[in-house]
Design a protein around this ligand. Structure first.
Ligand SMILES: Cc1cc2nc3c(=O)[nH]c(=O)nc-3n(C[C@H](O)[C@H](O)[C@H](O)COP(=O)(O)OP(=O)(O)OC[C@H]3O[C@@H](n4cnc5c(N)ncnc54)[C@H](O)[C@@H]3O)c2cc1C
Length: 292
């Protein structure tokens, strides 16, 4: 199928984009890498009257890091980050997760802002944002605001973004030196969306866990932070038994559907196995960083 007809604009600056969104509101849709919006348009699941193509807004293609953390402009392609060998030193959890996003050709076009804003519950970026306490910088034609990732995802494919707003940057704070991390996912073939995936981040000081984050993708309509499981770890001395108990708890905090790829029951089972594996890896890495 071909998309329904629309008017097309390709502005060169953020200000022009925001003016167009201000003028057209709900009728307009931003086109970034087009890897998710393209199919939606072709299947007429999305029928905007206005397309605002932001591929010429090169000001949003950047990333930089300092002691406070990492900032990535919305139009940065996934492959740009993937190709930076230094990313694993700056933010290893992020570096490890990017190759799981579809295939290389998708990562060449797909953007960080598009992945974060599209809010697919099985996508990698939203879970990474939750695990790393990321925030999104949002602008409209008159103001800007910052939203925590944990408040950004509202329901399936729906975020806190308003129709006149654009995501311009994502921000990830730096983490404690004694942090460990892990990203594991199960998909039927490499490059497919995950049947289920887990991102974890543990900070361990003097054998005690001082911070824990567990986010699950493919476990419900939005990426899910399993907060009860996290709180079972925080303040405690890490042991194999505790990690397994936390993984069991995490599997109870998801709300997956059954679909052609897996039953809900199987996804619950996968969650307990993958969270257990992910927590063990994260704890080991924290130990290696001197957390024990
Ligand atoms: C075959 C295939 C497999 C894939 N597998 C995976 C996978 O395993 N994991 C994964 O995470 N993704 C996967 N994807 C999706 C891919 O990562 C997309 O690139 C991504 O979801 C959207 O990024 P995009 O830049 O292409 O955005 P677009 O498709 O251009 O836009 C997506 C949505 O976000 C909105 N949007 C885009 N940019 C902004 C912005 N700056 N501000 C506000 N709204 C904005 C658009 O209006 C649209 O609603 C796959 C895609 C394909 C085609």
């Amino acid at each position: 199928m071909k998309p329904a007809s629309f008017d097309y604009f390709d502005p060169e600056s953020v200000e022009e984009v925001l003016d167009l969104l201000h003028q057209h509101g709900d009728e307009a849709k931003i086109l970034a890498g087009g890897q998710s919006l393209g199919p939606l348009l072709n299947m007429r699941l999305s029928t905007p009257q206005i397309i605002v193509d932001i591929n010429r807004v090169t000001d949003l293609e950047y990333y930089n890091s300092d002691d406070t953390g990492l900032k990535v402009g919305a139009m940065t392609r996934q492959s740009t980050l993937e190709d930076d060998n230094n990313l694993k030193n700056i933010q290893p959890l992020l570096a490890a997760s990017i190759p799981y996003i579809g295939h290389r050709s998708i990562r060449n076009r797909g953007t960080v802002g598009g992945s974060v804003a599209h809010a697919d519950p099985a996508a990698e970026w939203p879970a990474i944002m939750l695990t790393l306490d990321g925030t999104v910088l949002i602008r409209n034609s008159t103001s800007s605001r910052t939203v925590d990732a944990s408040d950004f995802y509202l329901s399936a494919l729906t975020t806190d973004l308003k129709s006149d707003e654009m995501l311009v940057e994502i921000q990830i704070p730096s983490w404690a030196k004694t942090s460990g991390w892990s990203f594991v996912e199960f998909s039927r073939r490499h490059g497919d969306f995950a049947v289920l995936g887990v991102a974890t981040h543990l900070t361990i000081e003097n054998r005690q866990c001082t911070k824990s984050r567990i986010a699950i993708i493919g476990g419900g309509p939005i990426p899910i932070r399993t907060r009860k499981a996290e709180s079972m770890l925080t303040g405690e001395t890490i042991s194999d038994e505790l990690l397994k108990e936390a993984a069991e708890q995490a599997s109870k905090e998801i709300d997956p559907d059954s679909d052609m790829h897996a039953s809900a029951e199987y996804r619950h089972h996968l969650a307990s196995v993958l969270v257990s594996t992910a927590l063990r890896k994260a704890a080991d890495r924290a130990d290696e960083q001197g957390g024990k």
